[in-house]
Each structure stands twice: as C-alpha cells, then as structure tokens.
Design a protein around this ligand. Sequence first.
Ligand SMILES: C[S@@+](CC[C@H](N)C(=O)[O-])C[C@H]1O[C@@H](n2cnc3c(N)ncnc32)[C@H](O)[C@@H]1O
Length: 287
Amino acid sequence: MIARPAFVCALAAIVSTLPGVALADLVPERPTEEVPYVRTAPVVVDKMLSLGRVRGSDFLIDLGSGDGRIVITAAKRYGTRGLGVDLDTTLVAQARAAASKAGVADRVAFERRDVFETDLRAATVVTMYLLPEYNLLLRPKLLAELRPGARIVSHDWDMGEWVPDAKVTVPVPDKPVGLRKESTVYLWIVPARVAGRWRADLPREGRTVPVEIDLRQSYQELSGTARIDGRDLPVERGRVNGSQILFRFADGDGSWRFEGQTKGDRIVGRVSEDGGAPRPWRAVRVE
Ligand SMILES: C[S@@+](CC[C@H](N)C(=O)[O-])C[C@H]1O[C@@H](n2cnc3c(N)ncnc32)[C@H](O)[C@@H]1O
C-alpha cells in the first residue's frame, strides 16, 4: 500500500541502469536537508486547527514544535492535550515557558526529540511544518502508528501520491519565506487498513449468498474483486474514510452498495441491493 516517494522512483530509474548498484544503497533513510525554524502565522495556526477539527478530546502532537504555538493554541482554545517535539533545546525551553504563561502547562508537554524517533500512537491529530522530503520519509511511520480516523495536518507541504482529504490556501501578507505570500494547509485522514480477503454472507431474496471480497488499497482508494455465485465482479467506487468503508459491485441481477465500519478483522455495516432498504451486513477477514 505504501508507495515510494517520487524522488526515490526517479532514483530507481537511474539505478536500474547501473550494474551492481542496489537502490537500497542509495535511498536516504534520513533527511538530507535541515528544516529551518520558521513560525506558522497565527491565521494559519487557526486554519490548521479548524481543518483538523481539533477538539478537547484530542491528543495533538506537533512534529518540530518551535515555540509551541500550535500545541499551546489548541490547549488554550479547546482544552486539547498535546506534545511538541523539537531538536532545538532553546525552542523546547521557550515553548515550555510559553505554555506556563498561557496557563496550559498541565495539558501540554514539550520535549527535545527527533521527529523520526517520536512515538505517534497516542495522537489523534498530528501537525507539522517541515519540508517535502520529511513528509515523504514520515509517511510510512504516520500510516503505521496512527489509528484509523486520526488527522494529519501539514503546513505548506504535501505527501506525494497520498492525495489530501482537504486543502485550503490562506493569504499571509507578511510570510517570511517564499515568493507566494500565502500558505497551503493540507489534511489527511488516516485510513483503516482493509487490503486482503474478506468473507461475508449477503441477504438476497430470502436466502444468503456467500461472497468473497478481495480488496486492494492505495491510501483511501479501494479496488478489487468480489466472487459471488462463481463470478468475479469488479469492486467499484471503493473508499476508506478513517474506519468507514464504502464500495459497490454489480452483477447481471442487480447492484450491491456497501457501507461499514471496520474493527480489526471485522466489518459491520449495511448493504442495499438496487437502492432497496439497507440490511445488516458483516464480513470477516480470511487472509
Ligand atoms: C518550520 S519550523 C515549525 C515550527 C512550529 N511547528 C510552527 O509551525 O510554528 C520546523 C521546526 O522543526 C524542528 N526540527 C527540524 N528537524 C527536526 C527533527 N528531525 N526532529 C525534531 N524537530 C525538528 C526545527 O528545529 C524547527 O523548530
């Protein structure tokens, strides 16, 4: 499911022409460039928090937290608990002092830590203002450690071929970097991992019809085949929104539209045939 960053693909094309050289020898495991300290403008902090639908029940981690403004604003405004990590000890101390001054030191923490060595599993929201290469190197970690439905909000840089779920541009007349006096804010919702083979019994005309569904996943996009009554039918309009899964398939006798919630190796939801009344549906993963 996790594809290589574009610069790695370009490298692969070159390496394939070099005898005796393996791609793994050349792919950077660590970033090749340092992220400079640039503050996110308050208007962009506001947009990051609203696009990420940050609430009091969230736990927010800011990767490369600078003076702590994103974590502190979320804590002040919504009561959100949070953690900021930064390599720069002076900035970590500054962020801790700012949290005390803002009266949120009981809800937030700042630590000197490398973003690549930060455990993200507790986060329901991750924010970052890094560099494109960092986003691509962090992408597999974010997908592996964050739970389905967690939100990732990035200032200015995308995630390569992982298409954002939302993207907005904010005018920033006094932006200290770049020629464009605006910032782009991206949102991704971590999709449940549903690739694999699933088995279900579908209600049809008073009987149950067994179906085996082979799902392939590329981030939020789903494709695959459904084997029903000995026929393989393409899975269409498949999508994963956090832990919600949506798809349909059609055979000569009609079309089935599925909606369900995934939980580990189970999906529970509703299926409707030819736009009829939805009926309960469940599936279990078999591979
Ligand atoms: C562009 S600033 C963003 C600061 C803050 N998040 C904001 O939006 O205002 C990036 C921050 O990431 C920190 N940083 C760079 N590389 C890092 C790494 N590998 N681990 C942790 N922090 C890092 C820098 O020290 C800097 O404070």
